[in-house]
Write a protein that binds this ligand. Structure first.
Ligand code: GLN
Ligand code: ZN
Length: 754
């Protein structure tokens, strides 16, 4: 049964469909327009298309089980029978989507970001005693479907250590219980799965273990050793590839090397060729030399050099992606609006597969192994990855290097702002967006499609702004917003207006479930050719005597939610974007805007997976934020919004942002943030959310009052702001009106008690 690994593969592939077919089918299914059968048919077609395409592109080993109706971690929970009791009463299809999205009376499981990506997975809930039970139907069905097309596949499954590390303990369980305590039980189910796949005639299986590139303590490493010793020692099993995307294996490498697994997948884009690579001699190394995390064409010469370095120590080397390609769009050929120079530098999923195939072919054709000098196969020309075509970034053009980034002491600013803004205690504000109505979306589609003249669109947008302003005035909100009707997306809006960015038409990447984003491409020097938000902010302010907040996206978030060039250090890119936002802040101030919010929901997202690298990143992120905001006058109040970020982990960095007011999600997580130690010392304004905007439910006045009182219990009253968890764009006007009425009333009642 010694089936060697074919010379090339990918660790995973996009599944949402080149034209978001799965998104559309899922949403039609959820709203009742199509039945489960039709959804299943679309899903099957997408899987088949992917397998056939990968085969036709010449890829050696084609993966399966990379499809998902929602999320691969949720699929793994189902595979292991780790379905919490409250969902088990529902029919299986309903239970799956109920875990993902909730259903009448049953809340969904939590969702959070997958390592340092912008992909969100469903957090499994594991209790101390429920039995696990193998449900291999999905994995086996995909193997069989592909086989019907004549394609033998390698099922890809989230590995046991990663699965349990990402899980949370079921509420109400014994104190001190952690999901990883059940590693032995879960590994037993993986062993059964291997047996089932062996019986099915599957020759290779891939277990994804990205947790292995994070800092692991000795107990977890011992768990890794035990798990893979046990799985590796099975006699009747397919050969086993353990893939470790997103970084370097570090101390986990010798542990894997000591087990009988057959292959290890290394991320050689993020990580270097390990010094102790030789420990893997005898195993296959799946060398991730083509990035699955960005859209740049691979520098084939350097990739070939990396492969040579691996081959010098390892006999059997497979050319592969660094991680699943689920993080990149399908096909560059779908894009017709990009300029040629940029296009030359890009590779989406299909193009990356072609690169892998050409790298794998190269040694066979060039006996001395010099693929970088031989013409690459399949028309792949060489280009250095992400290299700029314009002027290189110099120290002075790298944004804020030279600008002062400190404002006056907070006490000085606070006094100036109090005199200037004259806000009541417990000021009520919102996070920025108001409902994006169907009419507004239709108008935007009309504008993009050319059927609605720009002047008409602008009129429509201004009417929406007026509606939002009048509503906030009528409800008694203290700090108003214009409602962001002109923004399709909080990052794309700015990317479209800044030099150095390109946006795509079809470059969709799955964010979670049916939700996709089109990350802009930061490819050149970032410059702000003209003000971006000033006109509409000034218009909104002209409608009212109350202060209207200017609304900007911060440099970290713009960068985090874009594909960025790799030839410039991240810190410099952040500073360049920060400098552009700094100019916008100055122009908003000059236009009479007294409060400016600079959103940074992605602050936590780019945090490196290894602790040793985190301080440098946080210094860059904070530095860029301060470049963006520190030019503001003392009397200008700077807000930031951190959204659902895991604030507790980065509280010091949030403090270092030095914003005058910080708003953050709190209602949805039932005030968890208020219990974080260190929060009471947070010496500036803080608005822990009092309205969970994810739910159509309107909170009652007492409920909101309780949340305000909870904030007042830990924070001085003069620091507390009252606001929703996040922007209101996904809600309807009637919901928003009812909820904000209650929020304003609750704040008024709490003021009386101060
Ligand atoms: N200002 C943005 C809004 O209200 C913030 C969005 C976010 O935090 N993700 O929509
Ligand atoms: Zn938010």
């Amino acid at each position: 049964m010694q089936t060697p690994f074919p010379p090339s593969t990918v660790l995973g592939y996009p599944r949402i469909g080149p034209h978001r077919e799965l998104k559309k089918a899922l949403e039609s299914h959820w709203d009742g327009t199509i039945g489960a059968d039709e959804l299943a048919k679309t899903a099957r077609e997408l899987r088949e298309q992917t397998w056939l395409r990968l085969r036709d592109l010449g890829l050696g080993a084609v993966p399966s089980n990379t499809f998902s109706y929602y999320d691969q971690v949720l699929d793994t929970a189902v595979l292991l029978g780790a379905v919490p009791a409250r969902y088990r009463a529902l029919p299986p299809g309903d239970a799956y989507f109920a875990m993902a999205r909730g259903t009448q009376g049953v809340a969904p499981l939590r969702m959070t970001k997958w390592f340092d990506t912008n992909y969100h997975y469903i957090v499994p809930e594991i209790d101390a005693t429920s039995p696990f039970r193998l449900d291999a139907a999905k994995v086996l069905d995909e193997v069989r479907e592909a086989r019907e097309l004549g394609i033998e596949t390698r099922p890809v499954i989230v590995g046991p250590v990663t699965f349990l590390s990402l899980a949370q303990a079921a509420p109400g369980g014994p104190a001190g219980f952690a999901p990883l305590d059940r590693l032995g039980d879960v590994v037993a189910v993986y062993a059964e799965l291997l047996a089932a796949l062996h019986a099915e005639g599957v020759s290779w299986v891939q277990l994804d273990e990205p947790i292995l590139v994070t800092d692991l303590d000795a107990a977890v490493l011992a768990g890794v050793r035990a798990a893979y010793t046990r799985l590796g020692d099975r006699t009747a099993r397919p050969r086993l590839l353990v893939a470790a995307p997103f970084g370097e294996l570090g101390e986990a490498l010798p542990v894997l090397a000591s087990t009988a697994i057959d292959a290890v997948g290394l991320d050689l884009v993020r990580g270097r060729v390990p010094a102790d690579l030789g420990l893997l001699a005898g195993k296959t190394v799946v060398a991730g030399v083509v990035s699955g995390r960005d859209i740049w064409r691979t520098h084939l010469g350097s990739a070939a050099a990396t492969l040579r370095a691996v081959r010098a120590q390892i006999e059997h080397v497979v050319v592969a992606t660094s991680c699943s390609l689920q993080h990149v769009p399908y096909d560059l050929a779908l894009e017709d609006g990009l300029d040629d120079e940029l296009r030359e530098r890009l590779a989406f999923a299909e193009q990356k597969v072609a690169e892998i195939v050409s790298l794998a072919d190269a040694p066979a054709r060039a006996p001395q192994g010099a693929p970088e000098t031989s013409a690459p196969a399949r028309g792949v020309t060489e280009r250095s990855e992400g290299a700029p075509q314009g002027a290189p970034v110099t120290a002075d053009s790298a944004g804020g290097k030279a600008v002062p980034t400190a404002r006056s002491p907070y006490a000085v600013r606070a006094a100036a702002q109090a005199a200037h803004l004259r806000l009541p205690a417990l000021p009520v504000t919102t996070i920025g967006s108001f409902p994006q109505t169907p009419e507004l979306r239709a108008a935007r589609t009309g504008l993009v499609g050319g059927s609605l003249p720009a002047a008409d669109y602008d009129r429509r947008v201004r009417a929406e702004i007026e509606r939002a302003i009048r509503l906030q005035e009528r409800l008694g909100v203290d700090v108003l917003v214009h409602g962001e009707p002109e923004r399709n997306d909080m990052v794309q809006f700015f990317a479209e207006r800044l030099d150095g960015f390109a946006v795509t038409k079809h470059g969709w990447v799955q964010s979670y479930g049916s939700r996709c984003t089109r990350p802009p491409i930061l490819h050149g020097e970032v410059k702000r050719p003209a003000p971006m938000t000033v006109e509409l902010a000034a218009y909104a302010q002209s409608l009212t005597d109350k202060p209207v907040k200017g609304m900007l996206t911060g440099p970290v978030t713009i960068t985090a939610w874009s594909f960025v060039r790799r030839d410039v250090p991240l810190g410099d890119l952040l500073d360049q974007v920060g400098a552009a936002i700094r100019d916008e802040v100055a122009d908003l101030e000059a236009a009479g805007i007294g409060i400016i919010q600079v959103d940074e929901p992605a602050l936590r997202e780019l945090l490196p997976l290894r602790r040793a690298e985190q301080a440098e990143y946080l210094a860059w992120a904070v530095g860029a934020y301060r470049v963006a905001t520190s030019g503001a006058a003392d009397r200008t109040q700077i807000h930031t919004h951190l959204c659902y970020s895991n604030a507790a982990e980065v509280l010091d960095a949030i403090d270092a942002l030095d914003a005058d007011v910080t708003t953050i999600e709190s209602a949805r997580s039932h005030g968890t943030i208020l219990g974080v130690s260190g929060l009471p010392d947070f010496a500036r304004g803080l608005g822990p959310g009092v309205y969970d905007i994810h739910s159509p439910r309107v909170p009652g006045v007492e409920e909101v009052e309780k949340l305000i009182a909870a904030a007042l219990a830990v924070l001085p009253a003069d620091r507390v702001w009252v606001n929703p968890d996040c922007g209101l764009k996904t809600r309807t006007y009637p919901q928003v009106e009812a909820a904000l009425t209650h929020v304003v009333r609750a704040a008024a009642r709490q003021r009386l008690r101060l």
